[in-house]
Design a protein around this ligand. Structure first.
Ligand SMILES: [Ca+2]
Ligand SMILES: [Ca+2]
Length: 77
């Protein structure tokens, strides 16, 4: 069950990344701390923790979108 969900999520994320997430430099569907530091040079550890809703240590495109909507980070440009 979980595998099916992840496969669907990966397909969705891949599309979303291509469409909108310029912060995902290596296009793997998640934003590493390094990628976030490039996208948001002034990001704090507190913000990174707050963005990582599921606590897996990386920021998914979903988590990034949620953070943008919540005003945790400001869109580049
Ligand atoms: Ca990435
Ligand atoms: Ca996460």
């Amino acid at each position: 069950m979980k595998l099916t969900y992840l496969t669907l999520a990966a397909a969705f994320v891949a599309t979303a990344v291509f469409a909108e997430d310029a912060a995902d430099a290596n296009a793997d569907g998640v934003l590493s701390q390094d990628e976030l530091m490039v996208a948001y040079p002034e990001i704090t550890d507190e913000t990174l923790v707050a963005m990582d809703a599921n606590g897996d240590g990386v920021i998914s495109v979903e988590e990034h979108t949620a953070a943008l909507e919540a005003g945790l980070v400001k869109p580049a440009g």
